[in-house]
Design a protein. Sequence first.
Length: 530
Amino acid sequence: MGDPESAASAAGASPRERSAVPANSVATGDADTGAPLLLPIDQIHPYERDPRHAPNIEYQRIKASIRADGLGQPLVVTQRPGAADYVVHAGGNTRLRILKELFAETGESRFGSVACFTRAWTCEADVLLAHLKENDLRGVLTFLDKALAVADAKGLLEAELGEADLSQRCLLKHLAERGYGLSQTLTSQLFYAVERLLPMLPRALQAGLGRPQVARMRALDRAAGALWLERGVDGEEEYDVVFEGLCARYDGPDWDIAIFRRALEGEIAERADVNIHAVSLELDARLAGRAVTDLDPAWCPEPDVTEDEALAVEANANELTATAQAARLDTSDEDPQHRALRREESAGSAPQPPETSPEVGFEGPLGKLSPPARSDVKSLRARLWTLATRLAQRHGLGDLIEALPSTGLGYVLRDVPDPALVEQLEEDALAQISMVWWTLAACAEVTVAPLDGLLPTLPDESVLKRALVEQDAGLLFASVWTLDPGHMGYRLWRRLDDRDWDDLLGLMDTYRTLHRTAADAGHTLWSSGA
């Protein structure tokens, strides 16, 4: 669908210059010599393998120009062996389509025939490359269009040469011989987009995901896959399943690799039973080509529990079980943390964590979730940030979480949810996301924290920041759906899967523990360095 007419007009060519070869002039001479011929438009067909798939945004302007002044320059066409009709050889599909539309609309003879230059047929690959070069020259192809065209050219060359699978090196050699040069790096990125990403991210690629984003995605994929295998998380096939699932979840015209990366980090962290920040740091190192050194222990995986600690944990679990049984609660299928929660409900007060032993961990359906062995403020902040990030990522809010390792509750919400969600989601889904946001906001204390400690952490364009500065509760309520608290049970608690439920309970429990720990140590959480 390439069109030199667009380039000529954009360069300021006059109607006279664009009509140097009138569309209704009768050309003479032998077609093989390159002399223009006048051909009926019903004998010319668009090239079926045209690399350009996106609509031409200049279509209506070009149509108006051709309607007023005729075609600016002849089409270039060719004939397949044995065919009576012609196909466009290099660009011009848009102009041919417009001529056919104008002839159908007006019946004017000046649109019924078109001056053409002919080119001798060589092979299918050459015609495709001619279209690819012409579109490349004008910069109208999306990255996906170019990737699909190069992949198509590879298939045509393999058929022409009788090769089962051309190596990338051989492909580049043959393309260069035909006047189309590509670098090794760009070619790898093009085939990664077609073979790896297109089945998983069709909407994002079709919306214009470009080379920089594809290059970053490829590097992230390789680094995360290597980390997955080295951590012993699972096999390569399991990684591909997770990677594909996350791509499908976040695929869309507003694709954001940062959101995708945080979700991928969360999956690796959960399955490897390590802190998500440690995963993030290791990925950063791998992407930068350096080793991971000197990680802050507050963000790293917890050490193995000693035998004495394990005995203390077992004793604590037995105590909780006995309390639950005394309260006549059925705890046969529950883990110790859930039993502790039920104990709180029946006894009216929360169970106190052991003085010297770690809190009880439990085995969930998707992996072990273990509260931190240490109970210092820094560790608990890190724990809150990890839980909040995981919960947010699974509800499309991952980009709103900002780590605060040295102040507050370990994290903060940068802003309110994307207002586009109102139009995109059904009521139940929107309600669940809204209540998750409010829960995260409560555990980060965004509406009660001292403003001088909170505001510097929020971006200037944040709606949340504006609502806090102006003390405008109405603005906040208008930006985040605020449901009656009575909806919390059936629209949030009942709908959360086991993994989200565990993280929600862990988030609230860690919030309480952090405040108690800070109070015992005489710390003020929102003061710098506490």
